[in-house]
Design a protein around this ligand. Structure first.
Ligand code: UD1
Ligand code: UDP
Length: 357
């Protein structure tokens, strides 16, 4: 099979790290296209290096900009490449502008589209990602979903053909790199922090990026009086730097970290506070408490099982929830066995022919 894979943002590098390898070790030809939406070394290059992701064959250098600018520039570059390469199908991941651009460009050329991590819904159309997911799912020929809940979401929208429940490729990555991370990462030592004696914070959603929202979040988190490790996403960097000058010293601002350091920070944190999708799920997989600074989540299993609490607008409850996180109800293996990537490659091989190029 000849496959074009499209990535562009940090979570997609993590997902591709396992699927690209599975495709290539099964003898298939993959042309990897990075739209370049994330471009700082610690948002992009570090993942390719640490996770040995194959070098992108094309980097479109799209960079930052409005949604239309990012999506349109990505579409133009992707269209050119797939017309030239003529792949059997194109893979897109998740819900970023790279996903949407890939989906639109591919289907306008009447080619086959494969969506990995399909079927997730927040049911909040104010989120740009929700728009990207809905459009991509409507257009996809094969939809690989992590859970039955995601398959049910698609069914309710009338999408039943081509849907496969395979587990979550992020679990594959987590299982592959967790032990390596424990061996290689020195991040705990670097900050003199120990298991259960610090919090991990990440914020990058536009809805949390305004200073009027960021300020109370940081004020409430800092009340916990234990160190807060905060790898700062570039979207909020300048705002956070200004705000933390007036807020207590327990918040330790650091640059975004690579996947190995992140695995270790997640595994040992007393509580993870985040608005990230992937990090909520990783917290659950590591059996760590999570406070999600949003009003809804796509990863409903984490909330139903009591490991994830949606803080929404109850920011003033953060200190109490950190001190006394309600005891979880259960932990189930919702997100799969760590073999989702191989399952996806086998199914695609059956559909598109098993001939290695
Ligand atoms: C994007 C995705 C989001 C995903 C997130 C993962 C969309 C619509 N959003 O959001 O779904 O959860 O990635 O992190 O695709 N910037 C830099 N350097 C970089 C990257 C970004 O400085 O390498 C800054 C720029 O100022 C940019 C801002 O961060 O304008 C936001 O970046 P962007 O890629 O537009 O959106 P994210 O918030 O990263
Ligand atoms: N991540 C990382 N370093 C960081 C922040 C996140 O390695 O400083 C990893 C995280 O462990 C997860 C992925 O990046 O695997 C999630 O990306 P992000 O939170 O940016 O996006 P989302 O999942 O919300 O789309």
């Amino acid at each position: 099979m000849k496959v074009v894979t499209i990535v562009g943002a940090r979570p997609q590098f993590v997902k591709a790290s396992v699927v690209s390898k599975a495709l290539r070790s099964a003898g298939h030809t993959e042309i990897l296209v990075n739209t370049g939406q994330h471009y700082d070394d610690n948002m992009a290059k570090i993942f390719f290096e640490e996770m040995h992701i194959p070098k992108a064959d094309f980097n479109l250098g799209v960079g930052s900009g409005s949604h239309a600018v990012q999506t349109a520039a990505s579409m133009i570059g992707i269209e050119k490449i797939i017309e030239e390469v003529k792949p059997d199908f194109v893979i897109v991941y998740g819900d970023t502008n790279a996903t949407l651009a890939g989906a639109l460009a591919v289907k306008k050329l009447n080619l086959k589209l494969v969506h990995i991590e399909a079927g997730l819904r927040s049911f909040n159309r104010d989120m740009p990602e929700e728009i990207n997911r809905i459009v991509t799912d409507v257009l996809s020929d094969q939809l690989f979903v992590p859970t039955q809940v995601a398959a049910d979401n698609l069914k309710k929208e009338g999408i039943e053909r081509g849907v496969y429940v395979v587990g979550d490729v992020m679990v594959d990555a987590l299982q592959t790199y967790s032990r390596i991370a424990e061996q290689k990462s020195t991040i705990l030592k670097q900050f003199g922090i120990k298991t259960d004696k610090y919090l991990l914070l990440t914020i990058h959603r536009p809805s949390n990026s305004d200073v009027n929202r960021l300020r109370p979040i940081l004020e409430q988190v800092s009340k916990a009086k234990i160190p807060v490790i905060f790898p700062v996403h570039p979207r909020v960097k300048s705002k956070v730097a200004d705000l933390t000058q007036d807020i207590s010293g327990s918040i330790i601002l650091i640059d975004p970290v690579g996947y190995l350091d992140m695995m270790v920070l997640e595994k040992h944190a007393k509580v993870i506070l985040t608005d990230s999708g992937g990090i909520q799920k990783e917290a659950y997989c590591h059996q760590r408490y999570c406070l999600t600074i949003r009003s809804e989540t796509e990863w409903v299993e984490t909330v139903n099982d009591g490991w994830n609490y949606l803080v929404g607008d109850e920011l003033d409850r953060i200190p109490e929830l950190i001190a006394h996180f309600p005891t979880p109800i259960r932990w189930l293996n919702h997100y799969g066995d760590g073999h989702a990537a191989n399952r996806i490659v086998s199914i695609l091989s059956e559909i598109y022919g098993n001939q290695a190029e």
